[in-house]
Design a protein around this ligand. Sequence first.
Ligand code: GLC
Length: 437
Amino acid sequence: MADAVKWERFERSAPEWFANARFGIFIHWGAYSVPAWGEPVGELGTLDAKDWFPHNPYAEWYFNTIRIEGSPAQKHHQQVHGGAPYDDFLDQWKAEKFDPKAWAELFAYAGAQYVIPTTKHHDGIALWQAPGTGTRNTVNRGPKRDLIADISSAVRAAGLRFGVYYSGGLDWSITDLPPHSAEYELERPSDAAYSMYCYEHVVDLIDKYKPEVIFNDINWPDFSKREGEYSLPALFDYYYEKVPTGLVNDRWGVPHSDYKTSEYKMNLHVEDGGVWENNRGVGYSFGYNQVETAEHYLDISKLLHHLLDIVSRGGNLLLNVGPTASGEIPELQQKVLRQLGDWMKVNSRAIYGTHPAEGFAPSESPWVRWTAVDGEVFAHIESAGATKFAVPAKLVKDASAKYLNGESVDLKRDGDSITIDIKPQVGPVAVISFQLN
Ligand code: GLC
């Protein structure tokens, strides 16, 4: 390969706003939101590739799944859509109820600090007028809008930061590769022309929207992993110069990243230190899947478990919403976000800017997680009534214990454990703060 790249030159400490944010919203919206169909078979990381791909629960993978011979998605596509070409969905995607301001207000209410929509997913359809896409984008077809402009302005007007998802690894519109069907290792385009195409896309996203995160997906075309024009190093240089507060994730297939990502139960090994983010949908899909019901979705208790477990270990949660083709966020997804917002209104002090609490052990029964800021620790407890858990006597001032709504806490100490009568009205997970000794 030409000029070996010294990736160490990109080493920097990641801009602090990201790890302090702890909670962001991911948005998967595309032509796949029209058929909105996948089999809700389970979470990524819990199935073999052979079972995953033909039954893919990710509705945004529809264009791939319907090409797998004999798959239930292929049958569904034949029966319901008469086997129509995938691109028909782009024209059927009208986004007629899209209200970016209402979306942004919901995300802000939920307590999110940043928002990352898909700008081009694996189907290759751009949600802005991307160079070289001709009319195969949402400005010329379907919604007839620059959705990235709409989302970025609304999100920023609501006081949140804005980032972009871009699929550099896969683009099913520019290759004739067979569908991915049995391996998590994915065959992908890597030639010079595709490299330049992706380069120009991301430069255009940077110029137009100044994203503070670039969440690339799968990998980056190999041709660009060299020094010189249109290279990935040139892209990183350009990005950091234009957006000094920006971060890139770890899915470029090169040693450099500002933070690591895990997805549902995949790549959990990255969650052991440094800056990291877990992402998942409210259900088993990122794109809206009309097959899913409440049983597949996180309810507020499960969502808080997931968020607090992540934050207590020093990570971020990027929680995905999958809007319908008309532009509505499905009611069950909205509901859990509003419930999270109700909880955050009282307790977000125990989330933002916190770090893991050293010396305080999590427990499963009762369910307890810990976070900390300077001089203060927070116990997150899911329980009602008399609850006993470990709080090392040496570390805290018992008399300082308080719910975050300001109510005082009566506690009984017994060695290194305390018992608290948790009031049910403090919400699905009670948070109690203690001053450190
Ligand atoms: C994956 C999937 C994709 C989803 C993404 C989110 O790589 O292919 O559908 O966009 O991860 O993390």
